[in-house]
Each structure stands twice: as structure tokens, then as C-alpha cells.
Design a protein around this ligand. Structure first.
Ligand code: KG4
Length: 341
């Protein structure tokens, strides 16, 4: 008997549904919400409404592309949190409705656990080396920057995390100051390719342990721009590429320095990266360089699995299904990060 899991992700501004059959991804449909661009960030109320519009067509499309019928589904895995309350509610309510109609179990998934487990998604005819436990995972997104010690799919210990802004937030906020739109991370990455990364230097945090901080970098970036624009109003326009390259270099150095420390402390040399910022070309290049220089065994996610997607929710669903770890039909979403993975 095949185990076919439908994954549903709606924690922020992407509505996504995916189908995994016996560990192999059959479909992964993502509807992004352009409505937020005009506001320079995600507007929670608009996100919930867009999820409501998208959820039925996105799930139907995922089922269709997988070549199955709804009755073939074994269980439904959904993101329970952390995320935006209204957005989570849409995915959760839809999952409840479909699971009760089909009389199949529901499986709750932690969004952060799902990002880490994206490394276990397998696709037809794609060779892939899966991570072996324990490994370290640098989870870097718009809302989180964490170093996680992953001992099994459900034993994940956060050994370092940001005390203020996340890495993606630093990219987005600095990009906003330069007028690059939202989300600015991918634009910084693109412009940085043409720039000189040694041109500007920005402050790096000096905090103990494995924790991160990005607010000092953001302030230092802001002050550099403010002072320079006083002298030359066209400063940003003229120096965009160098600013992006220098900013990106600093973010990557901050991330990798603590990660090296984590490898030293734990003795674990198998290291993965996950979350939206793992799409960044300099982050990926730094991982490859560390693999060469320090002999790390690294795992870089496929680009379509870096940002929010339901394939990663479905893969956690599969692992939990094997453990018969189901959730009650009266489950409520949780907005904040909890230690519960
Ligand atoms: O994991 P994710 O899709 O979602 C949330 O955190 O909600 O991450 C989104 C973040 C944004 O801050 C975005 O700017 C950043 O990932 N990001 C990037 C790149 N692609 C996405 N940052 C730098 N370089 C990129 N190529």
C-alpha cells in the first residue's frame, strides 16, 4: 500500500500544496502573493485573504499534477506554526475540512523543522545524497537565523540564534534604504555580482557564544548611506553594486564565523543550509569554500526548496506518518516560535 501525503503550507505569503508518494515528490505548486509588493512588506490581512483565494486552486492543481485522486491520499500534513495567525488558519481550516471529508489523519508540521527537512525531499530520477544524523543546519530566512543541531527528524536543538534581526531581514531592510523594493534579498544578490565587495566595510557584532545579531550591521549601513548622501545626493545610485556586494560579504562573514564555531564546539562536520537566504549565491559559495578548505560535508538545497513550499511540509508529514504521530481535529495554529518540533 502506497503512502501518499498531501502537504499544505500557508504560514506567510506563499500558498503551496505538494504531494509526496513513498518519499518521492510528485507535485509542488506555489502561488506567491504579489499584492504585498506595493507595501514594502507582507500585510497580514491581505495575506490571509489571498490564501483564501488560492488554497482551493493550488491544492487541486497539486493533486492533478501528481496524477492522483483525493481519495488516494493517506494523510494531510499542514503547517501549524510559527507564522502569521490568519494565514496559518486558512491552511489549517482547509486541512481539517479535507481530512474530515476523506476520513484520513491530519499531521501538524513546524515550519522551521520543515525548512530543515527540505533536504530529505527526493525527486524522480534525481540523484541525491541525503544528510546523515547528526548534522548541523544553518536556517536563514526573513524571520529566523538559527544554528540547529539535528539529531533526528524530530530532535532538533537550536544551539545559536539571532538576538535581534534575521539575516534575511538585514538584506531586506538595507535593500529598502537603497530603494530596491521588497523583498530586497534577491535584488542585493543580483546587483552584488557586478560590485566590489571590499569597497565598504560595515560593523560586525561581537557577541559571545553561537548567537547572531544583525541590527548593528543594519545601523552601520544606514549611517554610511546617510553621511554619504549628505555629500552627494546620487551616492546610492552611483554605488549600488559596491554597496550590495559589501553588505552581502559582511552578512556571509557573520553567518559563517558562528557556523565554524558551532562545528568546532560540536565536532559535527556535516553542515546544511536552509531557508530563503540559502538561495543567496555568496552563502552557497561560502559553503562550497568551507567544504574544500575544512573538509565539511555540505548540503545545499535546490533553489525551489529554499523559500516556503509545501514539499518540505509533506516530507515531515511522511516521517510523522511512519510514527503514527497525528494531531487532533481541534488543533489551533501557533504564531510564535516554540521549542516544539
Ligand atoms: O524562508 P523565506 O522564504 O521566508 C520567510 O522567512 O518568511 O525567506 C525569505 C527571505 C527574505 O528575507 C528574502 O529577502 C531572502 O529570504 N532571500 C534572499 C535571497 N533569496 C531570498 N536573501 C539574499 N539573497 C537571496 N538570493
Amino acid at each position: 500500500m502506497k503512502t501518499i501525503i498531501l502537504g499544505i503550507e500557508s504560514s506567510c505569503d506563499d500558498t503551496s500544496a505538494a504531494v509526496i508518494e513513498d518519499g518521492i515528490l510528485l507535485s509542488n505548486v506555489i502561488a506567491s502573493q504579489a499584492v504585498h509588493e506595493a507595501y514594502g512588506g507582507v500585510v497580514p490581512e491581505l495575506a490571509s485573504r489571498a490564501h483564501q483565494q488560492n488554497i482551493v486552486p493550488v491544492v487541486s492543481e497539486a493533486i492533478k499534477r501528481a496524477g492522483i485522486q483525493p481519495e488516494d491520499l493517506t494523510a494531510i500534513a499542514f503547517t501549524r506554526g510559527p507564522g502569521l495567525m490568519g494565514s496559518l488558519l486558512v491552511g489549517l481550516s482547509f486541512s481539517k475540512g479535507l481530512a474530515s471529508a476523506l476520513q484520513i489523519p491530519m499531521i501538524e508540521v513546524n515550519h522551521l523543522q520543515a525548512h530543515v527537512m527540505a533536504h530529505f525531499i527526493r525527486e524522480k530520477e534525481v540523484e541525491k545524497v541525503l544528510p546523515t544524523f547528526p548534522f548541523l543546519c544553518l536556517l536563514v530566512s526573513g524571520g529566523n537565523s538559527q544554528i540547529i543541531k539535528v539529531s533526528s527528524y524530530k530532535e532538533m536543538e537550536v544551539i545559536g540564534q539571532t538576538i535581534d534581526d534575521a539575516a534575511g531581514e538585514a538584506f531586506d531592510k538595507c535593500a529598502k534604504v537603497m530603494g530596491l523594493g521588497y523583498p530586497g534579498g534577491p535584488v542585493v544578490d543580483r546587483l552584488a555580482k557586478e560590485g566590489d565587495a571590499t569597497r565598504f566595510s560595515f560593523s560586525k557584532p561581537h557577541i559571545p557564544g553561537l548567537d547572531y545579531s544583525f541590527s548593528g550591521l543594519k545601523t552601520s549601513f544606514l549611517y554610511t548611506l546617510r553621511d554619504a548622501v549628505k555629500e552627494d545626493p546620487d551616492f546610492i545610485e552611483k554605488n549600488k553594486a559596491d554597496l550590495c556586494a559589501s553588505l552581502q560579504k559582511t552578512v556571509v562573514e557573520i553567518l559563517m564565523q558562528k557556523l565554524r564555531e558551532a562545528v568546532k564546539q560540536t565536532g559535527i562536520r556535516e553542515v546544511a543550509v536552509a531557508g530563503g537566504v540559502s538561495a543567496n549565491s555568496a552563502v552557497r559559495a561560502a559553503f562550497e569554500e568551507h567544504a574544500r578548505r575544512y573538509g565539511w560535508k555540505i548540503h545545499l538545497p535546490k533553489l525551489s526548496f529554499t523559500t516556503d513550499n509545501a514539499a518540505m511540509v509533506a516530507i515531515v508529514g511522511l516521517y510523522k506518518y511512519k510514527d503514527q504521530d497525528f494531531c487532533p481535529f481541534d488543533a489551533a495554529p501557533f504564531a510564535r516560535v516554540t521549542d516544539k518540533f
